[in-house]
Design a protein around this ligand. Sequence first.
Ligand code: HEM
Length: 168
Amino acid sequence: MDARMESQAPATSPPVIHPAVAPLSFLLGTWRGQGEGGFPTIHSFSYGEEIHFSHSPYKPVIGYTQKTWKLSCGEPMHAESGFWRPKPDGTIEVVIAQSNGLVEVQKGRYSFEEKLIQLQSEIVGNASKVKEIRRCFQLVDGVLCYDVQMATNTITLQPHLKATLKKL
Ligand code: HEM
């Protein structure tokens, strides 16, 4: 090998993906799809949704942004963003700020084999009604499926959202 070329090469190549994020790298990118919402106290509804998971190889973090809209006219609905922090031991911490002012700290586990992430709220802040939120995401045949359950001051844990999204 040419010694001059060898000396010009960087000591170490930059990582393509942070090792902590690697088990969840299937999430990275932009997803678009549709969902259904409901709760015992409201009328059911359907919505369009886009989710974007981003990543810098130098940080053990996945950036998360989500927006939803009315399917009939495209009018914006709920939006949220935050950070997903997977750990090598299979646990994960997620912080989310919602457009309605509510904030969440979620803790849970992920499975690389099952492409599954299960989250349960440890903190729900600045919420007038919501007491608890559970979120479950799974990749099934290349489709990202999730459901959200919540408990309020009057209703025990019940489904609020269910959606499926395909990667763009
Ligand atoms: C974890 C995320 C979310 C939480 C914690 C949340 C919380 C709530 C709560 C507490 C209610 C009122 C229930 C009641 O009055 O008893 C509600 C209603 C509603 N939510 Fe959500 N929500 C979330 C995500 C979303 C998303 C993504 C959408 C739209 C795609 C959405 C659309 C609605 C609609 C249309 C209603 C009924 C109308 C209304 O009261 O404004 N929500 N949600």
